[in-house]
Design a protein around this ligand. Structure first.
Ligand SMILES: Nc1ncnc2c1ncn2[C@@H]1O[C@H](COP(=O)(O)OP(=O)(O)OP(=O)(O)O)[C@@H](O)[C@H]1O
Ligand SMILES: [Mg+2]
Length: 233
């Protein structure tokens, strides 16, 4: 039996200026599951993710039509509402980008940053959450002795795991992952896949991936994006 629906996408169109990227997409995404999106380069996979936390709304020339509603526990909410609280939405819908984007600050401060933004003040609790998130992202052992180093000194794969830790620190209900293992070695890929398989017990994961083997291993629901359409596989 399938889990309950978490995200309803109805008649979704997405444009950059006059160019249509996505056309009439209607799908449901189920809670506590991993949904994968594959498809050729340049088709709009990353753009699709940015619709679900409304990041696309701040991109010049981007335009969305249709409806996206998410059930955060109190019934389905229309996230395109004009006055929808974006900080609240982005706390609940975390995102890790295709290219790691550490902030120009220390490793510790990068992971603590969302907590600070959300108004957390207790240093003890912040420290615990930072440690837990770094452990979840399998980075803690590698950075525990250099937490005050600039995060930009980390390797590409470490930066990717740092960004994952930063998005986990607020316990998001939905996690958008854009090619989360693209710059990781084989062992790290395996640990991240195990992490995702465990994480889905408490969150709904939507993952863009180019690796069909990976998708087959961990996705519960598979879509391919082609000709502006998301097709179920
Ligand atoms: N900010 C933007 N303004 C205008 N066009 C954009 C913008 N961002 C992306 N595009 C265009 O939208 C299309 C879809 O891009 P997107 O990055 O979503 O593709 P993708 O499927 O994620 O590709 P890849 O697999 O290479 O990451 C591309 O043609 C891209 O050039
Ligand atoms: Mg992309």
């Amino acid at each position: 039996m399938q889990n309950s629906v978490k995200i309803k996408i109805r008649n979704l169109y997405f444009y950059y200026r006059t160019r249509a990227i996505l056309k009439n997409i209607t799908i449901d995404i189920h809670e506590n599951s991993i949904t994968s999106i594959t498809g050729p380069s340049g088709q709009g996979k990353s753009s699709f993710l940015t619709i679900l936390n409304r990041l696309c709304h701040s991109m010049e020339g981007a335009r969305v039509e249709g409806q996206v509603t998410i059930d955060f526990g109190k019934g389905f909410e229309d996230i395109f509402q004009k006055d929808y609280a974006l900080p609240e939405l982005r706390k609940r819908v975390g995102m890790v980008f295709q290219t790691p984007n550490p902030l120009p600050m220390s490793i510790y401060k990068n992971v603590a940053f969302p907590l600070k933004l959300a108004g957390h003040k207790k240093q003890d609790s912040i420290r615990k959450k930072v440690k837990r998130s770094l452990e979840h992202a399998f980075l803690w052992d590698e950075v525990k002795d250099r937490l005050s180093d600039d995060a930009r000194l980390l390797s590409g794969g470490q930066q990717q795991r740092l960004c994952l830790a930063r998005s986990l620190v607020l316990d998001p209900q939905v996690l958008l992952l854009d090619e989360p293992t693209s710059s990781l070695d084989e062992t790290s890929v395996q640990v991240i896949e195990e992490l995702l398989a465990r994480l889905k017990n408490k969150c709904t994961i939507i993952m863009v991936s180019h690796y069909m083997d990976q998708v087959k291993r961990i996705a519960d629901q598979q879509f391919v994006l082609r000709d502006r359409q998301l097709k179920s596989v």
